[in-house]
Design a protein around this ligand. Structure first.
Ligand SMILES: Cc1ncc(C[n+]2csc(CCOP(=O)(O)OP(=O)(O)O)c2C)c(N)n1
Length: 159
């Protein structure tokens, strides 16, 4: 099977950013419906109410930059350009998911988009992003790496 590398989400206009906000909200509402109906098992952490954080940060990123996400990561990966259908399939454990259905909500990743992964360990995205940034610097690249985290991560020594 040949696959074309996906493009990062274009968030360069207010309209595109607003559409992404709405997409994330709709995605989460749909995902919650699927949890309630049992299609998605194991639960999810929805990003409702935080959509603008992901969109604002990802609008400042360029192709080649990277991000490390959290346990509440759907908004981050969607704002970076992960196909919502592939993410939804991932949450449902389907083989068409972004990680072939093996990662699920808290391990959604796509290295082609610079998405280093959602992460069930609070605060764990920070050292991953630092490692990515250090690797880029060693390679002479000016790419940046972003770590998303919640206030609950602030007492983690690694952060
Ligand atoms: C290292 C670690 N400690 C504890 C937990 C259990 N845990 C899961 S979510 C969470 C709260 C995280 O709070 P915050 O980062 O503010 O995110 P929120 O869920 O409030 O959006 C905790 C303590 C964990 N996953 N990892």
């Amino acid at each position: 099977m040949t696959t074309t590398a996906p493009a990062v989400a274009a968030l360069d206009t207010p309209e595109r950013r607003y559409r992404m906000l709405r997409l994330i909200r709709s995605f989460e509402e749909r995902a919650l419906d699927l949890v309630r109906s049992g299609v998605i098992t194991g639960g999810i952490h929805p990003y409702i109410g935080q959509e603008a954080v992901a969109v604002g940060v990802c609008a400042a990123l360029r192709a080649g930059d990277r991000l490390a996400s959290t346990h509440r990561g759907h908004g981050h990966v969607l704002a970076r350009g992960l196909d919502p259908a592939r993410l939804l399939a991932e949450l449902a454990g389907r083989t068409g998911g972004s990680n072939r259905g093996r990662g699920g909500s808290m391990h959604a990743a796509d290295l082609r988009l610079g998405i280093l992964g959602a992460n069930g360990i609070v605060g764990a995205g920070a050292p991953i992003a630092v490692g990515a940034a250090w690797a880029d610097r060693q390679a002479g690249s000016d790419a940046v790496a972003v770590a998303f985290f919640g206030d609950g991560a602030l007492n983690q020594g690694v952060l």
